[in-house]
Design a protein around this ligand. Structure first.
Ligand code: NAI
Length: 329
């Protein structure tokens, strides 16, 4: 049988962790023939709760679960890890400014970036879920870079939830099945400024934009609905989206590791300068994945409206980058 893959999950005692861990252990992320070892990181005060989650993992008797460790030490959690899901983050507290949120998270992601840079498997695939996820991924990447072991491109951020939310809205509007929809892009930051671009989407060969034939719907309903979906779920559920976030994390890593079969998926990845995105910024773009690698979809036409929307989400990311620049110096 296969050698177990080491999977680190941070924020393991949290809501997303509770949806995520069981699906990883059951083989939904890396395949039904791939054993996994879970390396769970959370804060010291959450260790008791992590123990409870481990008791439940044991009680599932997952055949693929080859081991579990729990720790509050990032250097232990990221040791030799092959896949790292960085879910734990500092939430915005009462009276906390955006700048404080960025700074508090920058502290967490410099520590974790350094641990990954020194101790992870050099081919580790990193997905940052904890918000602000694009900038947190940027910070972890910039910190890990100093150790020269892990490629910068291995640090990614989660735009897949936005991608899946957009797919579902498009399916409902067009009357086509989610499964039939191809070639969606979500550009930019995982925030309400993200730009879900439906111009290239097809369903069984038909262009979905033409099928919907309602540009006002795109601007006034679709984009605001997808952009504010997180807030709508908090409003309805009294808690933030966790199961759908965990599901998107599974999709992101599964496609990265096992391939997207030629289809486009959205990943937040460090820019190579294409589409006018400054190099190094972690930005949602369309990729095709195969053999454990992603490849950007190049050369898409950017019309005036799209250019405007991409500039808006880029501006936000550049501000976030400027906000943490002193911490990375
Ligand atoms: P939660 O508050 O239920 O759990 C967070 C967990 O992280 C807690 O157990 C906490 O103790 C832990 N934690 C905090 N700082 C840590 C550190 N330095 N090291 C290790 N663990 C740490 O939050 P939930 O609902 O699980 O969400 C986690 C994050 O995911 C949040 O930042 C949230 O905004 C983000 N999120 C991102 C989405 C995306 O699409 N990118 C979608 C939904 C949520």
């Amino acid at each position: 049988s296969k050698t177990p893959v080491r999977v680190t999950v941070t924020g393991a005692a949290g809501q997303i962790g509770y949806s995520l861990l069981f699906r990883i252990a059951s083989g939904e992320m890396l395949g039904k023939d791939q054993p996994v070892i879970l390396q769970l990181l959370d804060l010291p005060q959450a260790q008791k709760a992590v123990k409870g989650v481990i008791m439940e993992l044991e009680d599932c008797a997952f055949p693929l679960l080859a081991g579990v460790i729990a720790t509050d030490d990032p250097n232990v959690a990221f040791k030799d890890t092959n896949v790292a899901l960085l879910v734990g983050a500092r939430p915005r507290g009462p009276g906390m400014e955006r700048k404080d949120l960025l700074t508090e998270n920058a502290k967490i992601f410099t520590v974790q970036g350094a641990a990954i840079g020194q101790y992870a498997d050099p081919d580790v695939k990193v997905l940052v879920v904890g918000n602000p996820c694009n900038t947190n991924a940027y910070i972890a990447k910039e910190t890990a870079k100093k150790f020269g072991r892990v490629k910068e491109g291995n640090f990614t951020a989660m735009l897949r939830l936005d991608h899946n939310r957009a797919l579902s809205q498009l399916a409902a509007k067009s009357g086509r099945s989610v499964d039939s929809l191809k070639s969606l892009v979500v550009w930019g930051n995982h925030s309400p400024t993200m730009y879900a671009d439906y111009r290239f989407v097809t369903s069984n060969g038909d262009n979905v934009k033409a099928l919907i034939n309602d540009e006002a719907w795109n601007r006034d309903t679709f984009l605001p609905t997808v952009g504010k979906r997180g807030a709508a779920i908090i409003e309805a559920r009294g808690l933030s989206s966790a199961a759908s976030a965990a599901n998107a994390a599974i999709d992101h890593i599964r496609d990265w590791v096992l391939g997207s079969n030629g289809e486009w998926v959205t990943m937040g990845i460090p820019s190579d300068g294409s589409y006018g995105i400054p190099e190094g910024i972690v930005f949602g773009v369309p990729v095709i994945t195969a053999n454990g690698e992603y490849k950007r979809v190049e050369g898409l036409e950017i019309d005036a409206f799209s250019a405007e929307r991409i500039a808006l989400t880029l501006k936000e990311l550049e501000e976030e980058r400027a906000g943490v620049a002193d911490l990375l110096a």
